[in-house]
Design a protein around this ligand. Structure first.
Ligand code: 6PG
Length: 253
């Protein structure tokens, strides 16, 4: 693991900037491999929930490339999705397809340990089924690692600003009407995400710099991404030197 130092943002968030995109992707991959192997050592398996979007593609490729597949026993992985669009598994918008196309199909995760969100039909019924599934499959254990992204509007998972799912206090997974995207999406909820043992964000690129600074300074929970993390379990923002620019400037001011 790089000796890059993790800085405290506030009681619920930490941040680390390993450098450019490549160093940041490598750091994030090493972080996941280390946490996953610690879980395997402790309990013989690890559970991981992954996000979609464009940012994590290079991370998934790094994480699942041949030499890393020898360092992490994917047969011991339980793979969940943080959210899913209302499309089938072959659709190019599908987060499930995004993950498989970015290297997860090369791992030897047993198909019985891959849990796709069926969001293309009966999304509410299937969200309840996924919710129930998480309860039985995880036996009320929290997920070990959750990989999150941050949208340009400060959303994370499919928890968009001013959408109903942000008010969910009990369920792990819900269907969420997203007017901004003119569609519904299936998503893990804030209470469930915040139970995870290791919560990490991957945010890269200078076009995310403004919003990242907003989220890191957001004390009122205006942005969904700012509502991730707790004092017991701070979210780790793994960001590259493009994304951290505005935050660094605001700290220097
Ligand atoms: C999704 C993701 C979503 C993503 C952000 C950032 O389904 O799109 O789960 O939460 O992390 O939208 O997306 P980019 O990485 O494409 O900027």
């Amino acid at each position: 693991m790089s000796e890059t130092s993790i800085q405290k943002v506030d009681t619920r968030k930490n941040i680390v900037c390993p450098g450019g995109l490549q160093e940041t992707i490598r750091y994030a991959s090493e972080y996941i491999i280390q946490v996953a192997n610690e879980c395997i050592e402790k309990k013989g398996s690890f559970s991981i929930a992954i996000s979609g979007g464009s940012t994590p593609g290079p991370l998934y490729q790094e994480l699942t490339k041949a030499q890393n597949r020898q360092r992490l026993d994917w047969k011991k992985a339980w793979l969940f999705w943080v959210d899913e669009r209302a499309v089938g598994p072959a659709d190019e918008e599908s987060n499930f397809r995004n993950a498989l196309d970015n290297g997860f199909s090369a791992t030897d995760i047993p198909t019985t340990q891959l849990f796709r969100m069926v969001a293309e039909n009966n999304i509410e019924k299937n969200a309840q089924a996924y919710d129930q599934f998480l309860t039985t499959e995880l036996k009320n254990e929290p997920i070990d690692i959750i990989i999150l992204g941050m949208g340009p509007d400060g959303h994370t998972a499919s928890l968009f600003p001013n959408t109903q799912a942000l008010n969910e206090t009990k369920r792990k997974v819900v269907a969420n009407e997203v007017p901004q995207k003119k569609c519904s999406r299936m998503t893990m909820t804030l209470p469930f995400l915040n139970q995870a043992k290791n919560l990490m964000f991957l945010v890269t690129g200078k076009d995310k710099s403004e919003m990242l600074n907003e989220v890191l300074s957001d004390k009122q929970g205006k942005y969904p991404a700012a509502r991730i993390g707790s004092a017991n379990n701070p979210a780790l923002f793994i960001v590259d030197d493009g994304a951290i620019m505005k935050y660094q400037k605001s700290k220097a001011a």
